[in-house]
Write a new protein. Structure first.
Length: 176
């Protein structure tokens, strides 16, 4: 059931989003044009202490919604996802990770987009100053892990990358 790509042409290009028309052949032999969104990869970092995770309260203007999110950002050219996650944590929160390990990997919309989400965990972040990125969040707080399930139910956490990260984080903790 593999689809074959015979070609690709740009429809729209920006540094953040690339819309492409792909010439694809379906498994039954039908050939058609398929539109795909090509996005940069995303790096996310969950900084955890004994019983809390560092989160940001932020507004997303496209959906006009407020919510709690893990620090995250785009992976730059030549940058590893782990390095991008560490950079974003420090820029957005003022906390620098020590050791960083992969928590979970996700492809959130693989049927239409090629973006990959790399979610990491650090257990030894230390405060190094104020956030240098001033346009990311209204506030930064350590949120109790025990509160996460309720926050998800109340739609206080709605970002897909954050949802994947905190759910993996809760699974990673094992039984209480």
């Amino acid at each position: 059931m593999r689809w074959t790509v015979h070609g690709e042409r740009p429809l729209y290009d920006t540094p953040w989003v690339r819309l492409r028309a792909l010439d694809v052949e379906l498994p039954d032999g039908t050939r058609t044009e398929y539109h795909a969104v090509r996005l940069r990869d995303l790096a996310v970092l969950a900084a955890v202490d004994d019983a809390r995770v560092l989160m940001m309260w932020r507004h997303r203007f496209l959906t006009d919604a407020w919510g709690w999110e893990l620090p995250m950002g785009l992976v730059e050219d030549g940058e590893s996802p782990a390095r991008a996650a560490a950079r974003e944590l420090e820029e957005e929160t003022g906390w620098r990770p020590g050791g960083v390990r992969e928590l979970v990997y996700a492809e959130p919309a693989a049927g239409i987009s090629d973006t990959r989400h790399h979610v990491f965990r650090t257990d030894d972040a230390r405060r190094v100053g104020e956030p240098t990125e001033r346009n990311e969040s209204d506030r930064v707080e350590w949120v109790p892990l025990a509160d996460l399930a309720g926050m998800i139910r109340r739609r206080e956490i709605v970002s897909g990358a954050t949802l994947v990260g905190v759910m993996a984080l809760l699974l990673d903790l094992g039984p209480a």
